[in-house]
Write a protein that binds this ligand. Structure first.
Ligand code: CTP
Ligand code: MG
Length: 179
């Protein structure tokens, strides 16, 4: 069980970190360019910016690369069961999926009339993971690494981890609210 939880956290790490990097690098021009949707509300809102996306995307890939190198040094093989190029492709899919999922979540929140920053428990905590999984499933080795057990454990523990990291970001004054 411990190994399964560790594997799930390790395998989804490049999906977790993009949002944290986005918090650090975010600001400036919003991705929706400040425009409203047909319902008169913002498409995504000021919380989704180009800088946040770029920083998050790079951060997710960097996380994967650091993990890949760590595996080689510590001599265990999860991502290193793939060639470096193949692993990079996986990190790109996980990282991009995470950010697109986060944007999709904001799109849904705006349609439901929630202000930017409003907490919507399961949506906030799983949007990025679900999109990461969908995008990463295009990788030819996805199902070899991400077994049904890993995916299930990932979905169960992610809301808990998400709470924890947001709380840390709040304590470090990187976020205005602890969620
Ligand atoms: N962020 C960003 N660009 C992104 C994602 C996040 O700039 N693509 C930054 C923003 O500063 C944002 C912060 O990270 O405020 C936290 O992200 P998140 O909680 O996803 O955004 P919220 O501000 O809560 O907005 P929303 O209600 O749309 O989720
Ligand atoms: Mg939020």
């Amino acid at each position: 069980m411990f190994t399964l939880i560790f594997n799930a956290i390790w395998l989804f790490m490049p999906s977790y970190t993009p949002n944290n990097f986005a918090v650090i690098t975010g600001g400036g021009k919003p991705i929706d360019l400040g425009r409203n949707f047909i319902d008169g509300k913002r498409i995504l809102g000021d919380g989704k910016t180009f800088r946040g996306f770029a920083g998050g995307f790079s951060g997710g890939i960097a996380t994967g690369i650091i993990q890949y190198q760590s595996e080689k040094v510590l001599n265990f093989h999860i991502f290193t069961s793939l060639s470096f190029d193949s692993a990079i492709y996986l990190f790109i899919l996980l990282s991009a999926g995470s950010l697109f999922g986060d944007m999709a979540g904001s799109f849904v929140k705006r349609r439901l009339g929630f202000e930017r920053g409003r907490k919507v428990p399961l949506l906030d905590q799983l949007d990025f993971l679900v999109f990461s999984i969908i995008l990463a499933s295009f990788h030819s080795s996805f199902f070899a690494l991400y077994t049904p057990e890993v995916i299930l454990v990932g979905i169960v523990i992610t809301p808990i981890l998400h709470r924890l990291t947001n709380l840390i970001a709040y304590i470090l004054r990187l976020k205005d609210v602890p969620w």
